[in-house]
Design a protein around this ligand. Structure first.
Ligand code: ADP
Ligand code: MG
Length: 477
């Protein structure tokens, strides 16, 4: 998509993002933190939003930026980074494009109110609020769409799904922690929010806390600065279910990690349920202590694999049903086929196709879909994930995908593994150590050896040569 986006388009998108946000967060959180946000400029994938004070910026950056970015990306997939900047209200610096935009000038911006400090749990107790309520306000808002009903189950995620359901339905921890891991955009956050909703629905009195590891770290640092670590600790120790998303973020941050470890242990000792997510398996997490690693894998580790074509198509059908839009089956199949890397991108592509059809008032066909998505498709063509390679290769050789990570060295699994490593080398941007890590934490020299071996076999062994070519074609779509 062009770097330039018309101001009017941007404003319309912003209005929709605001509408969604308003529906998702409490009225108070919205009026305090989000209503004062103003639309800044957009350049080369970077969108700016402004707030009047540094304090507000920090708060919004640590609590809402992920959600803001996700909502923006749904509206406009070309927005890659979101920056929140301070723009003091006195010096209302308006770029010329903003100043002459009638809708910005006319839109009723809430006056910037003096900022009230964010409520700290159990310190300034607003008497009218139930404890659960303050937890909600504090720690991000679960996405209303991320429920178990809205989650499409297939081979690649059924285990994680079943485990998540079990956690949501049991009163005492069955496995602790539940550790969900998998690549980007495969539904980890969705499942965690789904647990939140399900518990809330069944047992509203249970205190379920969901937050990203990034929020955990930011709040911990704030607490350290404010010399307020006691109430920071208390806020976590009092929950029944703690869910921390993207724990890889804590790796290598020693003090935060230490604190997290204490919190974790304290809760496990009290038989409180913990759910964690990460983009890597516990053994693959770098920069954490061994005792931590072993505790993390102590409960149930459930991985979400790369999606299959059938699952992607199922997800598209489910989204279409919900949105009531009409998109021909051929276009859906095309999308499911082409956009294999992650569900978030798949959804983004579908939204774009729907938006285009709505705008031009015509039903989409394959040609227009290809046109609308040409940049996404080009990127998808270039990007093939290691998980995808592992899946295809193991399907091709009819072995379990877990053999890709296993230490077994018998020829029947070692050769396919080498083929997968070779394909990872030629089809992705990953380095040898990165590839090694994805294959059961193998050393980069093992990967190098595999690459050489397959290069050699391609010449000397016709069957291997054919396998490799076939797999390459399949993967490149
Ligand atoms: P992750 O946290 O693993 O990066 P998310 O949970 O944020 O991924 O998922 C990205 C998007 O894809 C979300 O909008 C989510 O609803 C959607 N999604 C992922 N998996 C599924 C699924 N199995 N069924 C329906 N939607 C899904
Ligand atoms: Mg996530």
């Amino acid at each position: 998509m062009a770097d330039h986006i018309f101001r009017g388009t941007l404003e319309a998108q912003w209005a929709r993002v605001q509408e969604r946000l308003q529906a998702e967060v409490s009225e108070k959180a919205y009026s305090t933190w989000l209503a004062p946000l103003t639309l800044g400029d957009y350049r080369e994938g970077r969108l700016r939003l402004a707030l009047p004070t540094r304090f507000m910026r920090d708060w919004v950056s640590s609590h809402y930026v992920d959600r803001l970015r996700a909502l923006w990306q749904r509206e406009n997939p070309s927005v890659r980074t979101l920056e929140i900047v301070v723009q003091p209200p006195i010096v209302v610096r308006r770029g010329p494009e903003i100043a002459d935009s009638p809708s910005i000038a006319a839109s009723p911006r809430p006056a910037v109110q003096p900022v009230v400090a964010p409520p700290m749990p159990r310190t300034g107790p607003p008497a009218s609020r139930t404890p659960e309520r303050s937890y909600d306000d504090l720690l991000g808002q679960p996405d209303a769409r991320f429920t178990f009903d809205g989650f499409v189950v297939g081979k690649s995620n059924e285990f994680a799904y079943a485990a998540a359901r079990r956690v949501a339905e049991s009163e005492t921890p069955t496995f602790n922690p539940l550790f969900l891991y998998g690549g980007v955009g495969l539904g980890k956050t969705h499942l965690m929010h789904a647990i939140w909703h399900a518990i809330r629905e069944r047992e509203p009195q249970r205190r379920v806390l969901y937050l990203s590891a990034e929020t955990f770290v930011n709040r911990f640092i704030q607490a350290l600065r404010a010399k307020n670590t006691i109430s920071f600790k208390e806020q976590f120790r009092g929950v029944d279910v703690l869910m921390v998303d993207d724990v890889q973020f804590i790796c290598g941050k020693d003090t935060s990690q230490e604190e997290f470890f204490h919190t974790f242990n304290a809760l496990v000792d009290q038989h409180k349920q913990i759910v964690l997510s990460s983009d890597k398996a516990p053994q693959e997490l770098d920069g954490i202590e061994d005792r931590m690693r072993s505790r993390l894998s102590h409960g149930l580790v459930a991985d979400i694999h790369a999606t299959t074509y059938e699952l992607r198509l199922g997800i598209l059908h489910s989204k279409i049903e919900r949105s009531k839009a009409k998109v021909p089956e051929r276009v859906l199949e095309f999308l499911a086929h082409k956009i294999a890397s992650n569900v978030r991108e798949l959804e983004g592509a579908l939204n774009r196709v729907i938006a285009h059809a709505t705008l031009v008032g015509r039903e989409t066909n394959l040609e227009t879909a290809q046109e609308v998505l040409h940049d996404v498709l080009r990127a998808a063509d270039r990007r093939i994930s290691i998980e995808e390679i592992q899946l295809r290769v193991s399907q091709h050789y009819n072995i379990k995908i877990s053999e890709m990570h296993s230490p077994r060295r018998s020829r029947s699994v070692a050769r396919p593994r080498q083929v997968a490593m070779y394909l990872a080398k030629i089809l992705t941007q990953c380095s040898l150590p990165q590839i090694g890590r994805k294959f059961g934490n193998r050393d980069h020299t093992t990967v190098m050896h595999a690459v050489r071996k397959i290069e050699e076999l391609k010449v000397t062994d016709g069957a291997i040569g054919e396998d490799v070519e076939l797999l390459k074609k399949l993967l490149q779509g």
